[in-house]
Design a protein around this ligand. Structure first.
Ligand SMILES: [Zn+2]
Length: 95
């Protein structure tokens, strides 16, 4: 993958401190990302970028959302159908 900024294909990977603001909630975490050796721009890397978004989603759900265990518990408690329940919590699962 080439750098969008300067077209160089020389890249390196380093830990990057992410800072997301989703719906007014702040998420901060460190995850490795790919950078351009020449201009230091962030370079897209499917695997690393996916890992970073997964991390963000996990953290978001842990801090502000509903955990998997709680989802099952709640669903059983209120005897909701899978379909109805996924509608209710749909927004909590997405970033
Ligand atoms: Zn570059």
């Amino acid at each position: 993958m080439k750098c969008d900024n300067c077209n160089s294909d020389k890249t390196y990977i380093k830990d990057y401190k992410h800072n997301f603001n989703k719906r007014g909630k702040n998420i901060e975490f460190v995850s490795p990302r790919k950078f351009c050796l020449r201009c230091n721009s962030l370079v897209y890397d499917a695997k690393l970028d996916n890992e970073a978004s997964q991390k963000a989603i996990d953290i978001y759900n842990k801090l502000y959302g509903i955990s998997k265990e709680n989802i099952v518990k709640l669903r059983n408690e209120y005897n909701l159908s899978q379909e109805l329940f996924s509608k209710i919590i749909g927004c909590a699962k997405k970033l």
